[in-house]
Design a protein around this ligand. Structure first.
Ligand SMILES: N[C@@H](CCC(=O)N[C@@H](CS)C(=O)NCC(=O)O)C(=O)O
Length: 192
């Protein structure tokens, strides 16, 4: 069986899958989706043109949520609970809005709350982090599972890109601290 993970060393979504596959044998294939020629070529693998993509022999899986579900199911793990899905949805929503804001800035657009579109993104990021902080206070991220992996990759990416001051979320910081020195976490720290 040949397993290939198409990704980048900066993407929080790719990092989730790298952490999930930490003990598995796979090839990592870097793709720069922000470079036109590479993006065109990547279309042959995924019409969605987003990272990560996992290829297992001839089977291609496009989205980190689907990849993780598939991987956990193959490993015989219990299905995720509704609460775990909600945690992941909140992390995804904050991540997606921050990606939109970053892509807007990289496109030369002015990001401010006077425009409804950016007001929605900025408000969603704040609301999700506030809610995740409450969940962290209640122990939602006490174990190394997929919601914790997702949160860790969001926080690591926000710090790497210097997008927010996360010291205002002490429960999130405290919840993730025990996992900071896992070999797979250290090996996947975002790198430009
Ligand atoms: N829902 C997707 C989101 C993946 C995603 O947004 N990946 C970013 C990198 S972090 C990407 O490839 N963006 C390229 C683009 O937006 O064109 C997933 O969970 O895999």
């Amino acid at each position: 069986m040949t397993t290939i993970l198409y990704g980048s060393t900066t993407s929080p979504y790719v990092r989730r899958i790298r952490l999930l596959l930490e003990d598995s044998d796979y090839q990592f294939e870097p793709v720069n989706v922000y470079e036109q020629t590479a993006r065109q070529a990547f279309s042959d693998i995924s019409p969605i043109r987003k990272l990560p993509v996992l290829k297992i022999d001839d089977n291609v899986i496009y989205d980190s949520g689907v990849i993780s579900q598939y991987w956990l199911m193959q490993a015989g793990a219990d299905p995720l609970t509704v609460q775990q899905h909600n945690l992941i949805s909140a992390v995804d929503a904050a991540t997606d809005s921050l990606i939109i804001i970053m892509q807007s800035k990289n496109s030369g657009l002015t990001v401010d709350e006077s425009k409804l579109f950016y007001d929605l993104q900025i408000g969603r990021v704040e609301a999700c982090f506030d809610w995740l902080e409450t969940q962290a206070e209640q122990g939602a991220f006490a174990q190394w599972d997929y919601p914790t992996i997702a949160l860790l990759t969001l926080v690591g990416w926000v710090e790497f890109r210097q997008l927010r001051d996360l010291s205002v979320y002490p429960a999130i910081e405290a919840a993730l601290a025990p996992f900071a020195n896992r070999p797979s976490v250290l090996a996947t720290v975002p790198q430009a």
